[in-house]
Design a protein around this ligand. Structure first.
Ligand code: F6R
Length: 612
């Protein structure tokens, strides 16, 4: 994870860097720091806490830097304190370096350098990189060569930016399997470096992306890129006119709540213009596979992490149910080490809101190396997933700022519902069946709005249960995945223990947990499994647990069983996750609010998880 940013140009470098870092704060917010050069001297400030803490400290010092690099951290090696915050330095404090990634052989390298007399001041793996560069620089004072030699020794994945006080007009940037973009203005008056080009804000820039083991020497009037043998290479650039509008919370207390309330609109945007009533099917632009290729798919593998994996699990149920294609959703970090069976008839779908999740990207690369075609499902244009997929469908949900994913999830399942419809129509589903599904899908934004209208009732119930430390979530089929997603939301933002189980598995062990001290949250909106879920809830009731259900209007039997019911608008089983999960998001939100947690920036998390 972590975000790195660099600026060299006519504007105030310090302010430009702070502005860039704020856009990267979603990648980690444990600590932050900036280093820069002014008149051949190196200045820096770093601080535990969010960028606002750093900003306060820096404004006191009122630094006017010629160029600057900055970092916002998500701790991997070493706790989140001032010392471990980036930038890191060599012993002589001539070089400052910021890093995103992990140095896998850092213990070995650190010991080697310590034996040679290097003193380490932090617990980070990053300090090894800068000290190693200094070591090679001492032996032969050619900075570019020293950087190249040091990076060759490093195992792992990284993106770095560094400055040296003897080179007052340049930043060196390099990467291995981590995104790093460099953008320069038309008139060459400024150059920006960032882990994510979307942090370039309202700038109109020519962007190039560094690829694995490339090194860039960035000066104001030129950017030179070298391959791993240090041969100069010419990089293609693309024009990025981000037209960026900074996201604001508007009338909402948190971005999460704002994004929950955006969902009727964002789902609509995901669906808009992507279906044909005439043919009862989906019409997906950017789906660059031919109908023949898609008809010959025998097997679908879905790769994703976290909430996106839940969207993948729902898609796998839908694709099997409706399109009759064997499908399984793999947690990306697990898939990589499984030696997955991928043939020419396998379609790999990679789902990622950010398009930067390292586990998902690594799994995509593994699947590609086996010859798979990749369909990306992504929210962020210009992201690594968007660039590396053979075909990428965008959610169009707009930037998701809160760390906890809400609107991206419902847009993912909206888009995957369309894709399922498309695949089903190519195969078994007749036009009438397609139209029926489409009509139900088109109603979803309205049903979600109905759920939002019910927020005061959800808030009341959430407050009632907010003092419990543990929760147990249940559901079957689509509702099991829905309960997993709802439990994840609760864990993530309220720090409460919430586990989700398929209701039928209760009797195979977890029923031992059931007691009056463990509220059971049951998702009951699938008709196919409704009766069986009620039986499971009777077993829970018999053991005295408080029961909260999320149930469709008309499911009256529930009233005899549940202590509290969150009523939902009814829809078909395949789409019942939409109203259920929006209600689950509100339930988690109001519990977290009652408990006073940092909802938009939950502890230990980052919006984009760029380490494996
Ligand atoms: C949960 C959440 C995470 C992400 C996961 C994958 O609310 O946000 O579980 O879903 O880190 O992120 P993306 O979708 O960006 O690959």
């Amino acid at each position: 994870m972590c975000g790195i940013f660099g600026y060299l140009g006519n504007k105030n470098s310090l302010q430009a860097c702070l502005k860039g870092l704020k856009q990267l704060e979603y990648r980690g917010y444990d600590s932050a720091g900036i280093a820069g050069l002014k008149g051949g001297k190196l200045y820096f400030t770093k601080k535990a806490g969010k960028i606002s803490v750093l900003e306060e400290k820096i404004s006191l010092q009122n630094l006017q830097l010629d160029l600057a690099i900055g970092h916002t951290r998500w701790a991997t090696h070493g706790k989140a304190d001032d010392e471990n915050a980036h930038p890191h330095f060599d012993d002589a404090e001539s070089i400052a370096l910021v890093h995103n990634g992990i140095v896998e052989n850092y213990t070995f390298l650190k010991e080697m350098l310590q034996k040679k007399g290097f003193i380490f001041r932090s617990e980070t793996d990053t300090e090894v990189i800068v000290q190693l560069i200094a070591y090679y620089y001492q032996k032969n004072p050619k900075l570019n060569q020293a950087v190249r030699k040091a990076l060759k020794e490093i195992k792992g994945q990284f993106a770095i930016a560094l400055i040296h006080k003897d080179f007052p007009d340049q930043i060196i940037a390099a990467t291995r399997e981590s995104p790093l973009a460099i953008g320069y203005s038309d008139d060459r008056s400024e150059v920006l470096i960032s882990s994510d080009p979307n942090a370039f804000l309202d700038e109109k820039l020519h962007i190039l992306f560094l690829q694995t083991d490339e090194i860039a020497i960035v000066k104001k009037d030129r950017v030179k890129v070298f391959d791993k043998w240090f041969h100069p290479i010419v990089k293609a650039t693309e024009l990025l006119d981000s037209g960026f509008e900074p996201a604001t919370k508007g009338e909402f207390e948190h971005f999460m709540l704002k994004e929950i309330y955006e969902q009727p609109l964002t789902i609509q945007k995901t669906l808009l213009g992507r279906y044909s009533e005439e043919f009862g099917t989906a019409e997906l632009e950017h789906l660059f596979f031919s109908s023949g290729e898609l008809q010959s798919v025998q097997h679908v593998v879905i790769l994703a992490c976290g909430t996106s994996w839940h969207a993948g699990c729902l898609a796998s149920l839908m694709l099997e149910d409706m399109a009759r294609i064997p499908t399984h959703a793999e947690i990306a970090s697990e898939m990589r080490y499984k030696n997955p069976i991928i043939s020419k008839d396998t379609l790999v779908i990679a789902i990622s809101q950010s398009g930067e999740t390292a586990d998902t990207i690594a799994a995509v690369r593994e699947a590609k190396s086996k010859g798979a075609k990749i369909l990306g499902i992504c929210n962020v244009n210009n992201s690594t997933l968007a660039r590396e997929s053979d075909s990428c469908l965008f959610l169009k949900a707009g930037p998701e700022i809160s760390v906890c994913s809400t609107k991206a999830f419902t847009s993912q399942i909206a888009l995957l519902s369309l894709f399922t419809l498309f695949m089903a129509r190519l195969r078994h589903l007749d036009k009438e069946g397609g139209l029926h599904f489409l009509n139900e899908l088109k109603k979803i934004p309205r049903l979600v709005r109905n759920v939002l209208d019910n927020a005061p009732q959800i808030e009341k119930i959430a407050k009632k249960y907010s003092h419990f430390p543990h929760f147990f979530f249940l559901g079957r089929r689509y509702m099991y995945v829905t309960s997993q997603e709802a439990a994840l939301k609760l864990k993530e933002i309220s720090y409460l223990n919430a586990s989700a189980y398929p209701a039928g598995e209760l009797k195979h062990g977890p029923i031992a947990l059931i007691s009056p001290h463990l509220p059971v949250v049951a998702f009951c909106a699938n008709k196919q499994t409704y009766d069986k879920t009620l039986n499971n809830l009777m077993e829970v009731k018999a053991r005295g647990a408080p029961i909260i259900t999320f149930a469709p209007h008309g499911a009256l039997e529930i009233e005899r069983i549940a202590d509290d019911i969150i009523w939902l608008p009814a829809t078909i089983d395949e789409l019942a996750t939409f109203p259920s999960s929006v209600a689950g998001q509100l339930f988690a939100y109001y519990i977290a609010k009652e408990r006073g947690t940092d909802i938009d920036h939950p502890r230990n998390l980052a919006k984009s998880v760029t380490v494996e």
